[in-house]
Design a protein around this ligand. Sequence first.
Ligand code: GLY
Length: 389
Amino acid sequence: MKKLLFLLSITLTFNALGQSKIDVKKQFALAAQQYEGMLKSHQDITKTPQSTNADGSPRDMPTTWWCSGFFGGSLWYLFEETKDPQWKVAAEKWTMAIQKEQYNTGTHDLGFMLYCPFGNGYRLTKNPEYKSIMLNGAKSLATRFNPKVGVIKSWNKFQSFDYPVIIDNMMNLEFLFWAARESGNKEFYNICLSHADSTLKHHFRPNGSSYHVICYDKDGTVLRKKTAQGYADYSAWSRGQAWALYGYVVMYRETKQKKYLAQAQRIASYILNNPNLPKDKIPYWDYNAPNIPNEERDASAAAITASALLELSTMKVAKGKAYFKAAEMMLQNLSTPVYKAKIGENNHFILMHSTGHKPAKSEVDVPLVYADYYYLEGLLRYQTLTKKK
Ligand code: GLY
């Protein structure tokens, strides 16, 4: 892997003028070729592309699964970049596949499930049906907020705890901010502030890293700080840090409150100055995984982090250039054959080498649909920023 990385790093296009180092158009053309294969191999919209099973076969999941909206979301990104109507047709089909989840009050993941496909679809088409589905979805999500606790409940049960909240939950807030704006219902906005403030208070360690699961009592007191997908309760699960970073960047974008910007920068510092962040900046699955460097990477954590850092770089922060450079390097490396699959391979996913749930030995060193989604989002953000330069 090291040799290959070296060869690739010298062959990557370097523009001496300091402009774009990634050929976004080319990367999208390759992604489109790969996803053409994905569409051909997926005719049944009740089985959404997720990953690869241990035996190498495609792993598909029902629409109730937290990742069901990412494929539709990626199809919208392909349409946005290429303007090719075939992607709009496919995106519409795979977006509407998730519509029944608007009434799902049994999950906190409606931000991922609805806002990635319907939110992007609405942004690009203004289809009023998408808006009404999302507003119903926002109401469903809000049922999981208990004002006495002050946060949106993640899972209905975790071990012996009845009110667990995971750091991933921060990713719901962009959806609720949208719903507050579109509906005029201030309650959605207030939920965002309350959830983000409690999370800021309870989820983070002094070094800027985040616990995965905070177990609350019914009056909002914290009972335990734990992990589900990380190495240990005290460790920093890589994707959790990425969700946290993305979440507080959104909080600052939506509220302009400095405390959220400061938090986003603390998280970015933890990630970027971490001695366990590899040279190519694609994290191991946990920053404290016990056998580093012999641990699996998580390309999804890199893609989410890169997309968030690109937005953070635009927020008039002292380290803006460093954030941009780090994100650029992540996206550049994800775009090499070390992480990006050959056309027709990898069960038609774009990226390889993500880790879903290592402690459960589930989805380890595999493609993951949300790694592709945030990679495409990151490329689009990178293109916008490099066009301006
Ligand atoms: N939200 C679950 C995960 O990031 O794996």
